[in-house]
Design a binder for this molecule. Structure first.
Ligand SMILES: [Zn+2]
Length: 211
């Protein structure tokens, strides 16, 4: 089996074993796309969006899949919705990428909302405690714990949405890629948690038995 084929198999297993994990579906979709399996990738990305409807980058990739599949109408629909989601969240890179794709399809790009940038307001009142957070008084609290456990609650209470997104969309995937973590194993999950805690500046949990 090719290396890509092996990784697809690994993430397919992760997505099956842990069907509520949007990251698993997301990575599987990306790998399928890389492998030219666009129809399959659509399923993974649609599942990712069911679990994480604000994940704007997924709309972009889903739109690209529909373009590859020659389903222009669905591409326009998904990209238009994704553009609005990205704009609302201030996700500039996926937003601009989706605008380009829409233009390439000959479809109109939605108008930017006139919402004033958050940074000239009086502040949101939420303070992010992550060392190195750049959001300052623009920091927004996540509407809900991003993962359904204790650490998720802690993240919601102490870390801003910007920092969570930075971790979730970018760094967590790098950690998984570069360390080749298999999140279906206990070792992989522990390593993943450790990197996440380090990023958020959480102290290590009380020293337990080292495996
Ligand atoms: Zn922050």
């Amino acid at each position: 089996m090719s290396q890509l084929g092996e990784r697809i198999a690994q993430f397919r297993k992760m997505a099956t074993d842990d069907p509520e994990n949007e990251l698993g579906h997301f990575r599987l979709g990306q790998l399928l796309m890389e492998d030219g399996q666009h129809a399959e990738a659509v399923n993974s990305f649609e599942r990712t969006l069911e679990l994480s409807p604000q994940f704007s980058k997924v709309f972009q990739l889903l739109g690209e899949c529909f373009i590859k599949l020659g389903q222009k109408d669905r591409a326009v629909e998904v990209l238009t919705k994704g553009w609005a989601t990205a704009d609302e969240r201030g996700d500039k890179m996926p937003r601009d990428a989706m605008a380009k794709l829409l233009t390439g399809l000959g479809a109109p790009v939605p108008q930017a909302q006139a919402h004033s940038p958050v940074d000239d307001g009086p502040g949101t009142g939420f303070r992010c405690q992550r060392p190195g957070c750049m959001e300052g008084n623009r920091a927004r609290q996540l509407p809900a714990p991003p993962v359904p456990d204790e650490i998720g609650e802690r993240i919601q209470q102490t870390v801003c949405a910007g920092c969570w997104n930075l971790w979730f969309r970018d760094l967590s995937i790098k950690v998984i890629n570069e360390l080749r973590l298999d999140l279906s194993s206990e070792f992989g999950q522990n390593e993943y948690d450790r990197h996440m805690r380090e990023f958020f500046g959480f102290e290590e949990p009380a020293a337990g038995p080292v495996r």
